[in-house]
Design a protein. Sequence first.
Length: 149
Amino acid sequence: MRAVVQRVARAEVTVAGEVVGSCGRGLLVLVGVGKEDGPADAAYLAEKTLGLRIFPDDQGKMNLSVADSGGGMLAVSQFTLYGDTRRGRRPGFDGAAGPELAVPLFEAYVRALAASGLKVGIGRFGAMMQVELVNDGPVTILLDSKRGF
């Protein structure tokens, strides 16, 4: 699984003009599921996301996690994180998992985040979504369960 984690002042996701998920100060996480992923990848990614120390402490150093900072989270599924651009100009998405695998793994990831006690908003899987965010920093971190970062 892959994630683009962005520290935000606020974020929301809208589907057909309706806000379906949001968070205030915290993390916006765009999550992609690959064909080779399983439950261990969802657990690893959730643990890494929750443990990232990318919020400033009293001295302004990135030393606090989202929970330490009192933040929330917004998780949005995004199969395009598995876009392969090595050939041609149009990305191929052969590495992305189909809904039969991606939905349960995305849901497992969200459940693991919510089990921490944080408020977790979500997008709508498979929908055309508009994601609005105000980056804070900006701070953007890439996570990949297969590469260990």
